[in-house]
Design a protein around this ligand. Structure first.
Ligand SMILES: NC(=O)c1ccc[n+]([C@@H]2O[C@H](COP(=O)([O-])OP(=O)(O)OC[C@H]3O[C@@H](n4cnc5c(N)ncnc54)[C@H](OP(=O)(O)O)[C@@H]3O)[C@@H](O)[C@H]2O)c1
Length: 431
């Protein structure tokens, strides 16, 4: 092996950064054989120099300031595993690119916010910006779309992009427990953060979706235009109704080319039970890609955790070691188009709606007339229980309708005194 080793500087030594050091050590011979050269960690940075991380760091140069890795002459690749979209992380990545160092990161927030600009800088500096671990962790979806499926025009990419939400929804279905109870249990098990907002409010999935959209449609990353809804309002009642109607409720991120532009949306969906993605349970992630020649393909696996995340980061490092230096978003960053955005109000689809209704004369007439006025046609209606004074759930599914018409319909129905809480709407996804 005549080539000199590829030298890695690791910023962040938590779950992923620590996992990378362990993987690079345990697989050193295999990686060198596959890349034609050795991969060596030369420098590291984290907040606490004295924390026991279960790995020997004594051979590496320690940087108190992570940005110092950007000017370390013994570093060829900066692996950024701190997280967050600005501050030290952005400063480190920008400085490292400017100094001609390749970047490998697992940071979806950074790429969703600054991906286009960073990719342009990286191409100008003739270095790589790689982020396989940023989307679906150990599932190699970036490579699949950029390389294995490179000959296809994509019409849609969607997936279960957040393991925490998928775990909570799976648990709620299996146990019948409320969202808050399952969230607390998930926190105790380490499946949810102490501050769960990023996960359960859909932001994390939206970061990943924005990256997938750019890969699929050759447009600039546009996180601000992702329509985002989380799972806090999902109730065991909706999960039960979904079962009765032949659906599973999943938090999906969906990017689709429509005649109005590109839709990017993250929200709970009713997924038909005959769709393979309906059966991805627990903390697992899955991404489905529709390509014009390959048809539909699905990729499933662990979206987080030390091993899966390190596996993805090291695969990116191996590409650099072997001299494979693809464009971050498949095509050169200055050729990415401005996205023509299809707003959520122009979405056309079927809907599940649940009303809590007191059985009073006239309420069904109001529902029927609101549907008629807005040209929304009902597919099925279900009512659970009957009680003179207590509200009971009434569930309706619709045929395809405009989102704007659907919202107008619900606004009219909600005004009826017999409807005692805001209607719950969940989009039905067809596959
Ligand atoms: N965890 C996963 O399974 C997973 C999966 C896919 C992607 N990711 C992404 O990978 C990245 C890292 O996640 P993680 O789970 O490994 O995080 P983590 O366990 O919280 O580790 C973060 C590391 O960053 C260090 N750090 C924090 N602020 C720093 C600063 N200003 N300067 C230098 N180091 C600093 C911390 O140092 P101390 O240890 O000294 O506190 C810690 O070692 C994030 O972008 C995350 O979204 C994670």
């Amino acid at each position: 092996m005549s080539k000199s080793p590829l030298r890695i500087g690791i910023a962040g030594l938590g779950t992923v950064g620590g996992g990378i050091i362990k993987l690079l050590n345990s697989q050193a011979a295999l990686l060198a054989a596959r890349c034609g050269r050795a991969i060596e960690v030369t420098a590291v940075s984290a907040r606490d120099r004295y924390k026991d991380r279960g790995v020997d760091l004594s051979a590496y140069t320690w940087h108190d300031d992570a940005v110092g890795l950007a000017s370390d002459d013994n570093v060829d690749v900066v692996a950024e595993l701190i997280g967050g979209e600005d501050g030290v992380v952005k400063a480190l990545v920008e400085a490292a690119i400017a100094n001609g160092k390749h970047i490998v990161t697992a940071n979806k927030a950074l790429i969703a916010r600054h991906g286009t600009a960073l990719a342009k800088s990286a191409e100008t500096a003739n270095v790589t910006l790689a982020f396989e671990a940023a989307v679906a962790g150990g599932v190699p979806i970036v490579k699949a779309m950029r390389e294995g499926l490179a000959a296809n025009t994509f019409s849609r990419v969607f997936g279960i992009l957040n393991g925490t939400c998928n775990y909570i929804l799976s648990e709620m279905r299996e146990t019948g427990k409320e969202f808050d109870v399952v969230l607390k249990e998930a926190q105790e098990l380490g499946y949810a953060e102490v501050d769960p907002a990023f996960d359960v409010d859909g932001v994390d999935a939206a970061h990943k979706l924005a990256i997938l959209t750019s890969l699929a449609f050759g447009c600039e990353v546009n996180f601000d235009e992702v329509h985002v809804e989380g799972i806090r309002h999902i109730s065991p009642l909706d999960i039960e109704f979904a079962d009765d109607l032949g659906y599973r409720i999943k938090l999906l991120g969906i990017a689709r080319r429509t005649d109005k532009g590109i839709e990017q949306r993250v929200h709970p969906c009713m997924v038909p039970l005959d769709a393979p993605i309906a059966h991805i349970e627990d903390v697992f992630n899955a991404v489905v890609v529709d390509g014009d020649h390959v048809d539909t393909t699905m990729y499933e696996g662990r979206g987080a955790g030390e091993g899966p995340s390190a596996s993805a980061v090291v695969a990116d490092i191996m590409d650099i070691a072997a001299g494979r230096l693809p464009c971050a978003f498949t095509i050169p960053a200055d050729q990415l188009s401005k996205m023509q955005v299809a707003p959520i109000s122009s979405h056309v689809g079927s809907y599940y709606v649940r009303f809590m209704v007191v059985d009073k004369p006239g309420v069904f007439a109001t529902i029927a007339s609101a549907l008629h006025e807005n040209n929304v046609s009902m597919e099925a209606v279900l009512q659970r229980g009957r009680s003179e004074n207590e509200a009971v759930p009434v569930v309706m599914t619709t045929h395809e309708a405009d989102e704007a018409a659907m919202i107008a319909t619900l606004e009219t129905i909600e005004k009826n005194d017999a409807v005692v809480e805001p209607p719950r709407l969940i989009r039905i996804e067809s596959f």
